[in-house]
Design a protein around this ligand. Structure first.
Ligand SMILES: *Cc1c(COP(=O)(O)O)cnc(C)c1O
Length: 425
């Protein structure tokens, strides 16, 4: 790329003569062509993130299953399917998506605490690689459903290792008080029960402790606790063919310093080697860290509104497009798409048009902008479009995938007709 990288962790974003680009494509031009709000993704960023994972596992039997709830758009899934990834899904709808994107069913794993019988049947018919079961009750239901279809369901039990991932409480999942997984001290009994059921085939063990993790220690502690269980379970003659250590690696939103994927997985492998599990098949389920910083959301400034206590910069993207600030008080970096001369920077709260005080995208941002200007909201690749809603009967944004000198529309802007189609007045 001819211009120096603008943001840490986002080498695909640059400014050329003041104008923001993604992989050399001007955001201003893309917004003119496709309208706003518009998500723009860099394919190269995703492939580079994937390559870091693969470097970490070089020479090992490892399967990377992209956790699609981070961004489940078909155009994104296709990139990972073509790169040979597996997928981690959490619903029958997500199964339909990965199959439509060309996933190999054997590389699909199905997580989630509330799988329905219909979803189990759908996944068994597709021939997925593994059900990550999350409770004792689910084990019995899956056994019944599989027997009724004359099949055996491959399973792994999700262990709740009771470690604190040191992240936002809403995205921590491996503590005793969370709804996820089977308690560590129930695990051996649960495995013995599952192994005796004719409709199930025990194939692995898994854990996933949370999201936006920026420290290695909780991960590695969870690994040790899972390995303790592997030894205990296998002492009962139950063989665990794969070890799945979940996802959750963080990204740099605003000076965050998550461990690099390759470095973290080297540490993990060292632990496995030390305990004699180095040859075992490893599965991981990264979501955010494969897409998060690939994406930018371009939005237009509709109005600036000075106030006594706060100045507001009102933009055409809102909490229905970018839900993370409203949901988790999350930070997204925001910058003007074009650098504007002759307008003084003002401290703004950047807010959307939705009728909620929680509808903000950034607080106390110094921006030199006026109505009609475009802003780029960074780190918008993960948990944005996949969480987008129609609240306030807003239509969902369009998405563009940039790859080399091409920019491809991978989702057209939703229309009001799309929204009304399912309703009967
Ligand atoms: C959400 C989720 C992931 C992915 O988490 P990221 O933080 O996006 O990497 C992986 N596994 C399971 C079971 C999940 O629920």
């Amino acid at each position: 790329m001819s211009h120096p990288s603008l943001l840490p962790g986002q080498p695909h974003v640059a400014r050329a003569e003041g104008a923001l680009q993604v992989e050399g494509q001007a955001l201003q031009a893309l917004a003119q062509q496709h309208g706003t709000p518009l998500f723009v993704y860099s394919q190269q960023w995703m492939l580079d993130a994937l390559a870091a994972y693969r470097r970490g596992f070089e020479g090992r039997d490892a399967l990377i299953c992209y956790a699609i709830k981070a961004n489940s758009s078909l155009g994104i899934l296709r990139v990972f399917a073509e790169a040979g990834c597996g997928f981690d899904i959490v619903s029958g709808g997500e199964l339909a998506r990965v199959l439509a994107a060309g996933a190999e069913p054997a590389k699909v794993i199905f997580s989630g605490v509330g799988k329905t019988r219909a979803e189990m049947r759908q996944a068994l018919a597709a021939g997925i690689g593994c059900f990550n079961v999350e409770s004792e009750a689910e084990i019995d239901v899956l056994n019944e459903v599989a027997l009724a279809l004359g099949k055996r369901a491959p399973i792994s039990v999700r262990i709740n290792p009771n470690v604190d991932p040191k992240t936002h409480p809403y995205i921590s999942t491996g503590l005793k008080g969370n709804k996820f997984g089977v308690a560590h001290d129930r695990a051996v009994a649960v495995y013995r029960h599952a192994a005796a059921l004719p409709g199930l085939e025990v194939v692995g063990i898994d854990c996933h402790i949370g999201s936006q993790i920026t420290e290695s220690d909780p991960y590695l502690d969870a690994v040790e606790r899972v390995l303790d269980l592997v030894q205990a379970i296998e002492s009962h003659g139950i063989r665990l063919h794969h070890l799945d250590f979940g996802g959750g690696l963080g990204i740099d939103y605003n000076g965050d310093t998550p461990p690099a994927a390759d470095a973290l997985w080297q540490q993990l492998l060292a632990r496995l080697d030390a305990r004699g599990f180095g040859e075992r098949r490893i599965v991981i389920e990264p979501g955010r860290s494969l897409v998060g910083n690939a994406g930018v959301c371009v939005t237009e400034v509709l109005y600036t509104k000075p106030g006594e206590e706060k100045n507001f910069c009102i933009v055409d993207a809102a909490m229905n497009d970018l839900p993370r600030p409203a949901m988790y008080q999350a930070f997204h970096r925001i910058e003007p798409v074009l650098r504007r001369e002759g307008v003084a920077a003002v401290r703004y709260d950047v807010v959307g048009p939705v009728c909620e005080s929680g509808d903000w995208l950034g607080r106390d941002r110094d921006l030199a902008v006026q109505a009609g200007d475009l802003l780029a909201v960074f780190s918008a690749g993960a948990y944005c479009m996949s969480m987008a809603s129609n609240y306030n009967t807003r239509t969902r944004a369009a998405e563009v995938l940039v790859h080399g000198d091409k920019a491809t529309l991978i989702r057209r802007r939703e229309t009001i007709e799309d929204q009304l189609r399912t309703e009967m007045p």
